[in-house]
Each structure stands twice: as structure tokens, then as C-alpha cells.
Design a protein around this ligand. Structure first.
Ligand SMILES: Nc1ncnc2c1ncn2[C@@H]1O[C@H](COP(=O)(O)OP(=O)(O)O)[C@@H](O)[C@H]1O
Ligand SMILES: [Mg+2]
Length: 249
């Protein structure tokens, strides 16, 4: 379980997050929603200490991340950034890096097995010897997800994981994230712009507006009014084939 308590963050003198709080249970998939510049990326990087909040605290199972050593932090929190660095590393070596927080002298047979199993799970097994700089954005995102998952984190942070995927892969990626979150009891915080993807695959919805929590709840929290207030657009919630959908305009 994760608790973000009254986080405040500024870049220099510019305040970006004020008093942001959010709680999520193990196995829950939480969509972090809001306009560009709202502070979503800043918020999730305050969780894994890429950024140090000026105020507030982040607790995982009651333990402040501030007090965790690097290794412990990496065993608790995994992160997939919005932009991934291309390099000549192979897919397999990249995923194996996710096991580093558990290694003593080097990779064990178990580490290798876990990486292969995860590559299979994300459908990238055949790419294991491919170099990262020879892959499409979408393929790379799946590899980065595999690397984050072999870390066996309690909390998984995903920053726009579907942004460079085609529609089929967007749905597959989110279905997989949800499945793994539930199966392995991982709390997922996922920054996502596509409200329909979010509503279909996430359990809870956290709206951020101008660096402040606007509202938080289950799918009932996603309403026409909230969409208008947060995004400044006209949105309408409808039901098609029993599924909630958001129609814009
Ligand atoms: N490294 C940085 N230095 C200064 N300002 C930043 C930096 N990163 C982001 N910002 C600013 O902070 C605000 C929030 O950014 P960000 O968290 O990336 O928003 P989001 O992910 O919701 O689009 C934006 O106004 C952005 O320009
Ligand atoms: Mg962002």
C-alpha cells in the first residue's frame, strides 16, 4: 500500500505541487490524470526519489521512502519513464538490469529465468538479442515494462506507457498492466491521457489540476463536470455494450 501525504514540490521558485495526497492499496491500478504541465510526472518521480519533495512524505507499507537505501528503494518501487534512452544494450541485458537490486555477485539462474519469463509475458521473447536502438517506440516500452516488473516492486510507476503504441498495443499494454497488478498485488500509478483507456483498465482515478489534487475515487469520480473542470473540454460519459466510455465534444 502506498500513501502520498501532503507532497509539495517546486522547481526553483516555481511551485509545481502543493499539498498532494493520495492513498492506494496493493493490487490497485491508479490513473494519474490532468493536463500537460499539471505536475503528473513530477508527482510520480517524488515517489521514487528522482525528485525530493520539499514537503510531505511518501510511505510504502508504512515505511517512508525517504529512509530507504537505494537497494531497498529499488526493491519497492519501479519506474518506467516517458522517454526511454536508446542504447546498444540488448533487450535481455536491459531487462536483467531490473534484477540488480537482488543480485549479490552476479546474475543467478533464477534471475535469468525470471527475465525470460517476463519477456515472454510481455510478448518480447523473440527480441531478446535485439539491440534497444533497433526497436520501435512501442517495442521499447514493452521491454521497459518487463525490466520494471522483474524488479518485483510493490509500487510500479508508469509515465504515459501507451503514448507511442498503436491502438491494439495500447489496449494490450493496459490489460497486461492491470492483470499483473491484480495478480502480483502491485500498486500501479499510471500517468495516462486517454480517458477511455484509463476508465477501462484502472481501478481508481486521481485528477491533478495546477499541481493540486482535484478529485480522487473509483470510476464514479470520472464525471462530465470533472472532465470540464480539469481538462477544460466538454466530455460526456456514456455506456456502450455495458462499458463506460468518454465522448469528447
Ligand atoms: N526540470 C524542470 N525544471 C523546471 N521546471 C520543470 C522541470 N520539469 C518540469 N517542469 C515544469 O513543471 C510543471 C509540471 O511538469 P510535469 O510534472 O512534467 O507535468 P506533466 O507531467 O503533468 O505534464 C510544468 O510547468 C513544467 O514546465
Ligand atoms: Mg509528464
Amino acid at each position: 500500500m502506498i500513501e502520498i501525504q501532503n507532497i509539495g514540490f517546486s522547481y526553483g521558485k516555481t511551485r509545481v505541487l502543493s499539498d498532494v495526497s493520495l492513498k492506494a492499496k496493493a493490487g490497485e491500478c491508479v490513473a494519474i490524470l490532468g493536463n500537460n504541465g499539471a505536475g503528473k510526472s513530477t508527482l510520480i518521480t517524488c515517489v521514487n526519489r528522482i525528485r525530493q519533495p520539499k514537503k510531505g512524505e511518501v510511505l510504502i507499507d508504512g515505511r517512508p521512502v525517504r529512509r530507504m537505501g537505494r537497494r531497498e528503494l529499488a526493491q519497492n518501487v519501479a519506474y518506467v519513464a516517458q522517454k526511454n534512452e536508446m542504447s546498444q544494450t540488448t533487450v535481455f541485458d536491459c531487462v536483467l538490469l531490473g534484477r540488480r537490486p537482488y543480485m549479490k555477485w552476479g546474475a543467478s539462474g533464477e534471475d535469468i529465468e525470471k527475465c525470460l519469463a517476463m519477456l515472454r509475458r510481455v510478448g518480447m521473447e523473440e527480441f531478446q538479442l535485439r539491440s534497444l536502438d533497433e526497436m520501435s517506440g512501442g517495442e521499447l516500452q514493452k521491454v521497459m515494462l518487463a525490466r520494471a516488473l522483474v524488479q518485483e516492486p510493490k509500487v510500479l510507476l508508469l509515465d504515459e506507457p501507451t503514448s507511442s503504441l498503436d491502438p491494439k498495443n495500447q489496449y494490450e499494454m493496459m490489460a497486461l498492466v492491470r492483470e499483473l497488478a491484480h495478480e502480483r498485488q502491485i500498486t500501479v500509478l499510471v500517468v495516462i491521457h486517454d480517458l477511455n483507456l484509463a476508465i477501462r483498465y484502472c481501478d481508481r482515478f486521481f485528477f491533478l489540476k495546477n499541481g493540486k489534487g482535484y478529485c480522487y475515487g473509483d470510476s464514479q469520480a470520472v464525471t462530465d463536470d470533472v472532465i470540464r473542470d480539469v481538462y477544460g473540454i466538454c466530455g460526456h460519459i456514456a455506456k456502450i455494450d455495458g462499458k463506460k466510455v468518454v465522448v469528447i465534444g
